[in-house]
Design a protein around this ligand. Structure first.
Ligand code: FES
Length: 106
């Protein structure tokens, strides 16, 4: 019996200037690197969770990624995390989620 490989593909919805785009990623892909590969205009510097340049507002269902890490909570602050901000470089995609790109750079 063959395994349907497309089941490993996950759709990330990216809202940019009010327009919804779909990005298909592999389970476990790093969100920031997937967006960079797809040429979305994302800013980043460290990729280690320190600079917060990759801060983005997201809707992440509980099964779609691990909760915000200690690093994210420390760097972003608990109020921002509660509002839905995450660091894209620290998020590994496990299920569908939605990202709102800022209209202006962070
Ligand atoms: S790129 Fe620096 S925190 Fe994500």
């Amino acid at each position: 019996m063959s395994v349907e490989r497309s089941a490993d593909r996950i759709t990330v919805t990216i809202i940019q200037h009010g327009v919804r785009h779909q990005l298909h990623v592999k389970r476990g892909d790093n969100l920031l690197m997937a967006m960079v590969r797809a040429k979305f205009p994302v800013e980043y510097m460290c990729t280690t969770g320190k600079c917060t340049t990759c801060r983005m507002l997201m809707e992440v269902p509980p099964e779609s990624a691990a909760p915000a890490s200690e690093t994210e909570r420390y760097r972003l602050g608990a109020p921002a995390v509660e509002q839905g901000y995450r660091l894209a470089c620290q998020l590994y995609v496990e299920g569908p989620l939605t990202v709102c790109l800022p209209d202006q750079p962070n």
